[in-house]
Design a protein around this ligand. Structure first.
Ligand SMILES: NC(=O)C1=CN([C@@H]2O[C@H](COP(=O)(O)OP(=O)(O)OC[C@H]3O[C@@H](n4cnc5c(N)ncnc54)[C@H](OP(=O)(O)O)[C@@H]3O)[C@@H](O)[C@H]2O)C=CC1
Ligand SMILES: O=C(CO)COP(=O)(O)O
Length: 308
């Protein structure tokens, strides 16, 4: 395998897992975090690939810092963040691309609970870019017998699958916390996917992408695992804890909390019907209890399965 210099930005759970995957493949790997001793300039020097696993709230700040540094034009940016910027409704890849218009940007997203990856359990993911050669380079750099990497030509669709499922994972946690059963969970996840496709199409994402690993695949993983922080938020809300209490003890980031706010803003502006997302939003705002949110969903007007 071609040895590559990979700089990972963010030493949280996902950044650390991705750094270990790259190290195991024999690449030169450097990791930057706010807590580290090395400067950003030192860490990204001579990087072939700069991979960001920074949580959404820090993406633009770090991208702007790198903008002031000099980079060779062939440096590839990879983004593994699953969130939306509230002010612009940009996805992370759109932020990186707007800051670095002449560099290839690749999205990496899939059903990838970091704790399982850290145990070397098998997993698959997707890398997507408008620059095929960049996606192929990242695919090669991260592929191994325990991490199967597919390419996809729809970066925004791949990215939104990972981002939008976090809101449905909060709802899935509530569903399990209330012990509503397997039928309810299947209905919730399936109707959740309908909402994801409905709003995802607004960004120009392809419907078929949402049926792939980065969409349905990640939705299934996150809605069915206690390892998911977003699922945990919902599960603990169902047991009566407040959002403040839950977030205070949550290990790491649950991006779905902020993503839900951004989605509701967009859905209301564009008149997109998103009943599950709406109830998750109201629950996070303490406007409804989990039981009231369930009743609101079950008692909506009856309608055909497809269409609004
Ligand atoms: N964990 C997982 O299983 C997966 C996570 N993801 C996504 O990856 C992203 C990161 O998740 P995860 O690693 O779990 O989260 P963590 O909370 O564990 O880590 C977040 C990282 O972002 C950094 N960060 C936050 N704000 C800033 C800032 N302003 N400037 C610089 N660095 C900042 C943190 O730095 P510091 O330590 O200094 O606070 C930390 O390194 C999220 O978008 C998540 O949805 C995607 C797939 C799997
Ligand atoms: O995105 C993830 C798995 O693919 C991680 O999910 P959480 O952020 O909910 O832990």
């Amino acid at each position: 395998m071609q040895e590559t210099t990979i700089s990972i930005l963010g030493a949280g759970a996902w950044g650390a897992s991705l750094a270990n995957l790259a190290l195991a493949n024999g690449h030169r790997v450097r990791v930057w975090s706010r807590q580290g001793n090395e400067t950003l300039a030192e860490v990204i020097k001579d990087a072939d690939i700069i991979l960001s696993a920074i949580s959404m709230k820090g993406v633009r700040e770090v991208a702007l810092k790198i903008q002031s540094l000099t980079l060779p034009p062939e440096t590839i940016f990879v983004t593994a963040t699953k969130g939306l910027e509230p002010e612009t409704i940009y996805t992370p890849s759109q932020i990186w691309q707007s800051c670095f218009p002449n560099h290839p940007v690749v999205v990496l997203s899939g059903p990838n609970l970091s704790k399982e990856i850290d145990q070397s359990l098998p997993a698959a993911t997707v890398v997507a870019s408008s620059v095929d050669s960049a996606a192929a380079r990242v695919q090669l750099a991260f592929s191994s017998s325990r991490f199967r990497v597919y390419t996809n030509p729809d970066p925004v669709g791949v990215e939104l699958g990972g981002t939008l499922k976090n809101v449905i994972a909060i709802a899935a946690g509530v569903c399990d916390g209330l012990q509503l059963g397997t039928n309810a969970k299947a209905a919730l996840v399936t109707r959740g996917l309908t909402e994801i496709i409905r709003i995802g199409n607004c960004w120009g994402a392809k419907t078929e992408t949402f049926y792939g690993l980065s969409g349905l695949g990640d939705l299934l993983a996150t809605c069915n695992s206690a390892l998911s922080r977003n699922y945990q938020v919902g599960y603990q809300l169902a047991s009566g804890e407040t959002l403040t209490q839950i977030l205070a003890k949550l290990p790491g980031t649950a991006e779905g909390v902020n993503t839900c706010q951004v989605l509701i803003q967009l859905a209301r502006q564009q008149n997109i019907v998103m009943p599950i997302t709406e109830q998750v939003y109201r629950l996070l705002q303490s406007e409804v209890t989990p039981k009231q949110a369930l009743d609101e969903l079950m008692l909506r007007d009856i309608k055909p399965e497809y269409g609004y």
